[in-house]
Write a protein that binds this ligand. Structure first.
Ligand code: 13P
Ligand code: SF4
Length: 320
């Protein structure tokens, strides 16, 4: 009997996918790192769940031979830059990032050339090529801390997120920073009007926002921080209700860490689910299994780029 196209292309999955993932993980000596924006079932099988900084720190110190990065491409790329000799897998190679895409390396090189005396601080949500053009990398949890360490006489370019850039300006007083005009489609989707309406319905709720949100949303926030900082806030807070203005994947951990509390995702402009990151959501448990089974897709960074991109990442890890 001839195999049909379907039998050739449709992978078969074991009945107990989670158990099969654990077995493959042991066989490969692999570690699974997952971002808070991943589906709950992926977070539940991860060895470490965290924000971009925490995940980079874990990637820098892992003893595993294989890293399965349940996140988006720039995160897996960062892990590969830190671990050139390890196999770094990503469940779906198409899991990109609108913010990273908003800063093409060639255009950024031309932009940077206009400011030859400026120090380039780039948010980790950028390609390896843009990292290679940068002096220091930062994440949403250490951007303010890093900019505060730069002498006031040293001019700065901050890329690629204009919203995080503006927030850092306000927190540090460095209004002279030159910003690249990039943004995240997910964090720019929140509606200020709907957020205010929601707050009227839930007057006791605290509004928590990620600094990638636009200024009109941030102005209403009781607390602004990275995903890890938002999680810590809900654990420590006496409040019982929270409106969450970031990707709702984080709510999975919030519910686990603070079971008696209520979490309301901040509404998007058009009643759509645009607050879910379409790139993060490309990853599934099935794709995690297949990536470990096939040892693919793997993320690679060409050596010249990798060597240049490593230095600004190491500076970030030292300055954090
Ligand atoms: P953090 O991981 O720093 O919280 O940033 C969130 C994000 O947008 C990752 O893409
Ligand atoms: Fe990129 Fe935004 Fe998705 Fe984060 S939420 S990965 S910044 S598109």
């Amino acid at each position: 009997m001839f195999a049909t196209a379907a039998t050739l292309t449709t992978p078969s999955f074991p009945q107990d996918l989670v158990e099969a993932i654990y077995e493959l993980k042991k066989e490969l000596n692999a570690v699974i790192l997952a971002h808070y924006y991943q589906e709950g079932e992926i977070q539940d099988i991860a060895d470490y769940i965290g924000d971009s900084l925490g995940l980079s720190q874990q990637a820098a110190k892992t003893k595993a031979d294989v890293i399965l990065f349940a996140g988006v491409h720039f995160m897996a790329e960062t892990a590969k830059i830190l671990n050139p000799d390890k196999l770094v897998l990503i469940p779906d190679l198409q899991a990109g990032c609108s913010l990273a895409d908003s800063c093409p390396a060639e255009e950024f090189a031309a932009f940077k050339a206009k400011y030859p005396n400026h120090l380039v601080i780039s948010y980790i949500n950028c390609s390896a090529e843009v990292k290679a053009l940068s002096d220091i990398i930062c994440t949403s949890s250490n951007a303010v801390k890093i900019v505060k360490q730069i002498p006031p006489t040293q001019p700065i370019i901050f890329a690629p997120d204009r919203n995080l850039g503006r927030y850092v300006m306000e927190q540090t007083g460095r209004y002279d920073m030159i910003l690249w005009e990039g943004s995240c489609i997910v964090h720019e989707t929140f509606s200020e009007k709907k957020l205010v309406q929601l707050k009227v319905q839930h007057p006791e709720a605290k509004i928590l926002a990620h600094p990638e949100c636009e200024p009109p949303v941030l102005r209403h926030a009781d607390f602004i921080g990275s995903t890890t900082a938002l999680l810590k806030y809900v654990i420590d807070s006496k409040a019982k209700e929270f409106i969450i203005a970031t990707e709702p994947g984080i709510i999975h951990q919030m519910k686990k860490a603070a079971p008696g509390k209520t979490f309301i995702p901040a509404p998007a402009e058009n009643n759509c689910s645009c607050n879910e990151c379409p790139y993060m959501r490309l990853n599934t448990l099935e794709k995690v299994y297949l990536a470990l089974k096939n040892r693919a897709p793997a993320v690679d960074v060409p050596p010249p780029i990798r060597e240049k991109a490593l230095l600004p990442i190491q500076r970030m890890l030292e300055m954090s």
